[in-house]
Design a protein around this ligand. Structure first.
Ligand code: AMP
Length: 169
């Protein structure tokens, strides 16, 4: 099954010059969802304690992977969304900064963590999430992405970590 067929390009969304990779056609197909989960699982080592999913599109397959891996799930959210105490990490965007947060008790020391998101673009988001996991004492075992935009060289920010991505552009 060609998963690319289920990814829709939306030009100039959310702003001019960006080609947005829309995964909603993939989510809408039972077969494509199942195949994506199977293919993602093939690349992931076992004995993962926590799957960390990045708001919001990292939640879809993040929770499915956690179930299959018999792991817990941890949501990474924008500021002001998580109700308990958080670790915060601020990172640079093209213009300005952004902040991500994680509950301080979401990950225990030395837990084995898989970080999942839909798209690896410049890598800033994923790098900030790794810092959150490491602040809590967790070990980042792997990054797992559905899509990697190779021309943005996101891998450069994630040096030293294993990375798997199913679809590369
Ligand atoms: P980055 O920090 O540049 O790697 O951006 C990654 C985050 O932005 C992920 O959470 C993606 O969901 C989102 N993102 C960045 N570029 C795109 C794109 N072209 N299509 C869809 N999502 C994107």
């Amino acid at each position: 099954m060609k998963l690319e067929k289920y990814i829709r390009d939306i030009k100039d969304f959310p702003k001019p010059g960006i080609v947005f990779k829309d995964i909603t056609p993939l989510l809408a197909s039972a077969e494509a969802m199942q195949e994506t989960t199977r293919q993602l699982l093939k690349t992931i080592p076992r004995n993962i304690d926590k799957v960390v999913g990045i708001e919001a599109r990292g939640f879809f397959f993040g929770t499915l992977l956690a179930e299959h891996l018999n792991a817990g799930f941890v949501p990474i959210r924008k500021p002001g969304k998580l109700p308990y105490q958080t670790y915060d990490e601020t990172y640079a965007l093209e213009y300005g900064t952004d902040t991500l947060t994680m509950h301080i008790d979401a990950i225990q020391k030395d837990e084995r963590v898989l970080i999942h998101d839909d798209v690896l673009a410049t890598g800033g988001t994923a790098q900030a999430v790794a810092k959150l996991v490491e602040k809590a004492g967790g070990n980042v075992v792997m990054f797992s992405f559905l899509i990697e935009l190779e021309f943005l060289n996101g891998k450069d920010k994630l040096k030293g970590y294993p990375i798997s991505s199913l679809i590369k552009y």
